[in-house]
Design a protein around this ligand. Structure first.
Ligand code: SF4
Length: 215
């Protein structure tokens, strides 16, 4: 090592919206900013946080997801922005894997990847895939002029519940990142955050995996 300073050499990768809930799909932000229950202990432990890119904002028309609102048409799914979304996610997964690899190559310990586990983009397995998830959402009676957290959250499922009813999609971004990291011989630890699971159980799981004392 050519330098000596105070950095911890420890990093955790985190889905963008878990640090910045303002990026969440309209109506689904259940905290004002970050999930402080686990973000603050990570910061206090001196672990660096790498905020991963948010493909949905990049590919679905920004914070307001205007392409989902105005352009998604079940009778016209042959649109470039729909077909290009998996490719865009794969490009950002490659970029993220490069950042992960860079830390590892420079002697850092990447302790884990905290990701949004029920998302069609940042989930891993047994999620509902884009664009069908949004067609199903509209079929359920969701109205773009009335996206209200208290009405949307009860409709969410855990990946286990999605699996039980036959969902078989893979997160367009996170599953590619997993494949890429494993192909490079790295051993990523994936730590899902699921809004419908008890927060304390998930915090305990993260603290244990990241070796942070929460006593
Ligand atoms: S789950 Fe991923 S893609 Fe969706 S809002 Fe969060 S960071 Fe963005």
């Amino acid at each position: 090592m050519k330098f000596k300073d105070n950095r911890s050499m420890k990093i955790v990768f985190v889905s963008h919206c878990l640090i910045n809930c303002n990026n969440k799909f309209p109506g689904y932000a259940d905290v004002p900013g970050a999930y402080n229950d686990f973000i603050i202990p990570i910061l206090q432990a001196g672990i660096g946080i790498f905020q991963m890119p948010c493909p949905e904002v990049l590919g679905w028309g920004g914070i307001g997801r205007k392409r989902i609102e105005f352009d998604l048409d079940r009778n016209n799914l042959d649109q470039d922005w729909i077909k290009d979304y998996p490719k865009m996610c794969a490009k950002w997964a490659q970029w993220t894997a490069d950042q992960y690899q860079d830390y590892v190559d420079n002697g850092y310990e990447v302790l884990g990847i905290i990701h949004t586990g029920d998302s069609p983009t940042c989930g891993l397995d047994y999620v509902d895939s884009f664009p069908q998830i949004h067609i199903d959402l509209l079929d359920s009676g969701i109205n773009w002029d009335h996206l209200v957290l208290d009405e949307l959250i009860p409709l969410l499922e855990t990946p286990e519940e999605m699996r039980a009813r036959g969902a078989s999609g893979k997160g367009a971004f996170m599953s590619v990142l997993r494949d890429e990291l494993i192909a490079r011989g790295l051993e990523p630890v994936f730590l899902p955050y699921v809004p419908t699971k008890p927060m304390q159980d998930q915090v305990d799981m993260y603290m244990k995996a990241l070796k942070i004392s929460n006593s």
